[in-house]
Design a binder for this molecule. Structure first.
Ligand code: GBH
Length: 440
């Protein structure tokens, strides 16, 4: 029928990797069984988390991982992207949990895809310190030694850009620093951590390695040169500052000089030489940027300091999610084709490591429309010749949404936090059917 056609997705290539994503701090709970992280400290400070909640229990996933893996299996995806909590690995026996999780995933026929750092830095470490990059590489080797017999696909870091911006420049995330441009060493040290960890993982035999970076097109507020210049700068800071060093081995003009360490050229070799088998993109929305003071200095509920050399404005004319982010699938096509245009043959295969939206409700037609629109947009990029190998929905289930606490729900599965009851949403059923239709 016409309705079924409307619901259908175009056919994706054979071997395209379908998955769902989560992260440790957002779902695990069981905080007493691990070392403290900067998010524990930050989350305990009054006023930091919108609903005054903590991630102490979250989805109680450490206790309920079997039920959660069954939900992944029943959804019919190939892979599950989760993160390993560095503070848990530091605790005695801390790797045992990931050992059990990986065993369970393998037993249920789901491919484990661990991310080694998703923002929950152990207390005592600091990304302003270069040494943290070396410590990260040692930690990566420890995890690979334990899980590498069953895990082939690895991700080093999640969104170093957001961790730099929100955690160290604007103070909206842990560790809560407001350094503005003085946060740049945090970017460099995370990139160096990726490079050093890649060396350690290569030595452990890893041949399927990626990073997950947040990216989105930057739309200038107008054709006015002041606006386009501000938009270019924003694009450099949020996008190219991270993708250029990884893919081209150099920083955008003017930024290498601002980085710490004395041998930035040497570091760039470590960052870029044989460190990626594929490049992961987390996409949520485009951003409209203008000269300072031209747009509202408001983005996703946070007010940008007026001294920044750009301002971020509302994108009108599109539906919005509960986060107030505009839903713009065509910007996803633009982003993916833009990567291909910018990097050409130097671009590794892409994997979409996160894409999703916040909406209330177990009956969630908006999420179905979002996913359908974005998967069609991804398919258009494939047709245009962009090599995209996989797509992971953020998120498997509702979880602790950082500074928003439990007020934003990104899950395909609803979580009732009072009872920890999991209920698949309408979007879960839709994706399950859509994936079945993809199978030969
Ligand atoms: C991801 O980060 C995280 O990896 C994940 O842990 C988190 O739960 C998920 O997304 C949902 O938030 O300039 O107004 O357009 C967030 C990705 C992308 C969010 C850029 C803020 C900019 C807002 N970020 N976006 S705006």
């Amino acid at each position: 029928t016409a309705t079924e056609d409307d619901a259908a997705l175009p056919q994706f290539p054979p071997g395209f990797l379908w998955g769902v994503s989560t992260s440790a701090h957002q779902i695990e709970g069981a905080v007493a069984e691990r070392a403290p992280s900067v998010w524990d400290v930050f989350g305990a400070e009054p006023g930091r988390i919108r609903d005054g909640s903590t991630a102490e229990v979250a989805c109680d996933h450490v206790a309920r991982y079997r039920e959660d893996v069954a939900l992944v299996r029943d959804l019919g995806v190939d892979a599950y992207r989760f993160s390993v909590s560095w503070p848990r690995v530091l605790a005695p026996g801390g790797l045992d949990f990931y050992d059990r999780l990986v065993d369970e995933l393998c037993a249920q026929g789901v491919r484990p895809v661990p991310t080694l750092f998703h923002w929950d830095l152990p207390v005592g470490l600091d990304w302003l310190e270069r040494d943290t990059a070396h410590r990260f590489a040692e930690y990566a080797a420890t995890v690979a030694a334990r899980l590498g017999d069953r895990v082939s696909k690895w991700i080093t870091l999640n969104e170093p850009a957001e961790h730099t911006l929100l955690g160290h420049a604007l103070g909206e995330h842990a560790p809560g620093r407001k350094l503005l441009f003085d946060a740049l060493p945090v970017a460099h040290h995370q990139l160096l951590a990726h490079g050093l960890a890649a060396r350690a993982l290569r030595a452990a035999g890893v041949r399927d390695l990626g990073i997950a970076n947040s990216h989105g097109p930057t739309w200038p507020a107008s054709d006015d040169p002041a606006d386009t210049a501000a938009a270019d700068l924003y694009d450099v800071i949020l996008n190219r500052l991270f993708s250029d060093p990884l893919i081209l081995g150099r920083y955008p003009d003017g930024f290498g000089e601002l980085m710490p360490g004395g041998d930035v050229a040497g570091d760039l070799k470590v960052i870029s030489e044989d460190t990626l088998d594929w490049y992961g993109i987390n996409y949520y929305q485009p951003t409209k940027v203008g000269a300072p003071g031209t747009a509202d200095v408001e983005f996703s509920g946070l007010t940008l300091p007026a001294e920044l050399p750009f301002s971020v404005g509302r994108i009108d004319g599109y539906p919005t999610t509960d986060f107030d982010w505009p839903v713009v699938p065509e910007a996803f096509t633009e982003l993916l084709t833009g990567f291909r245009e910018r990097y050409g043959d130097r671009l590794p295969p892409l994997v979409v490591t996160e894409n999703g939206c916040a909406y209330e409700g177990i009956d969630d037609p908006e999420r179905i429309a979002f996913l359908q629109g974005h998967l069609r947009a991804l398919h258009r990029a494939l047709e245009a010749g962009v090599d995209v190998r996989g797509y992971f929905v953020w998120s498997l289930m509702d979880n602790f949404e950082w500074a928003e606490g439990y007020t934003k729900r990104f899950g395909l599965v609803h979580v009732d936090y009072a009872t920890q009851r999991r209920t698949p949403k309408a979007s879960y059923g839709w994706l399950c059917d859509a994936l079945r239709a993809q199978r030969p």
